[in-house]
Design a protein around this ligand. Structure first.
Ligand code: ZN
Length: 264
């Protein structure tokens, strides 16, 4: 059972004027499994317009980094998307794409991410952002061929993250970033369309890049990392542990109502 003994500790990540739609629940449905090649989402996707402000839902220590890797199958062969399918995914960004090789493009996965460390060993992550607040330290990715790997700061020893030279402490309710669709495109990497700011942080707020038509915030909650730096347990903040077709609340005001909700 995926029940939780963690006390509710999250305030909303959006302003009361925002009406997010949960477009992917904690579990992937069959269509999403086929797209992503993995069985579990272990996060919640909130569809919101690009540029929607994201707020820290809990007091914590925050950092940001970027990653973007080629989507590959288990034999490390890049998964390609046909011109036809890509256009169905987003018909609006043809001019951004280089000519397709054999009518196909590579697919990228990742994006601009924030991670927060909170009380009781809890972590949060915020993905596919367009912009991260300048108060949050940014850690550039490391390059492996064309892949950009997230900074290892995400896996830092829990005794280290509170150091002011590593992270910034923010109170719940502080704006931390703006939503986008980075790391969810094809053809060229989204990273190559970014304006690079101070400390090399990418800013996508005015950038056009290839992406699917559903900008969203990927929001993950997990418990302490193990000795390999992998999360020991992921939590559905709503306590539903279902696909998008299950009983996820539609209204922001209902987020705290489900039995094992982590929303305060
Ligand atoms: Zn997601």
């Amino acid at each position: 059972m995926n029940t939780t003994l963690i006390k509710p500790f999250l305030r909303t990540v959006f302003s009361p004027e925002t009406t997010p739609f949960i477009s992917a629940g904690f579990e992937y449905d069959s269509k999403e499994i086929a797209t992503h090649g993995v069985q579990k989402h272990q996060a919640i996707d909130f569809d919101v317009p690009r540029g929607t402000t994201v707020y820290a839902p809990a007091d914590g220590y925050y950092v940001a980094t970027f990653g973007e890797v080629l989507l590959e199958d288990q034999a490390d062969i890049p998964t390609l998307v046909s011109v036809q399918k890509a256009r169905a995914g987003n018909p609006y960004s043809d001019e951004l794409r280089p000519p397709a090789k054999n009518g196909e493009w590579p697919i990228w996965f990742g994006g601009l991410f924030i991670q927060g460390w909170h009380k009781n060993g809890m972590y949060t992550q915020y993905g596919h952002l367009d912009w991260v607040d300048v108060s949050i330290p940014y850690y550039p990715p490391s390059a492996h061929k064309t892949n950009l790997m997230y900074s290892e700061v995400l896996k830092i020893d829990p005794r280290e993250y509170k150091k002011p030279e590593i992270s910034v402490f923010l109170k719940a309710g502080t704006p931390i970033g703006r939503t986008g669709m980075t790391g969810m495109g094809w053809g060229p990497r989204s990273f190559d369309f970014a304006a690079l700011k101070r400390d090399e942080r990418p800013d996508f707020s005015t950038a056009q890049y290839t992406h699917y038509t559903s900008p969203h915030l990927h929001f993950a909650v997990f418990g302490p990392r193990d000795s390999n730096g992998e999360p020991t347990k992921y939590y559905d903040p709503f306590g539903v542990y279902g696909t998008l077709n299950d009983a996820y609340p539609k209204n922001l005001s209902d987020w705290k109502k489900s039995k094992n909700s982590l929303w305060k």
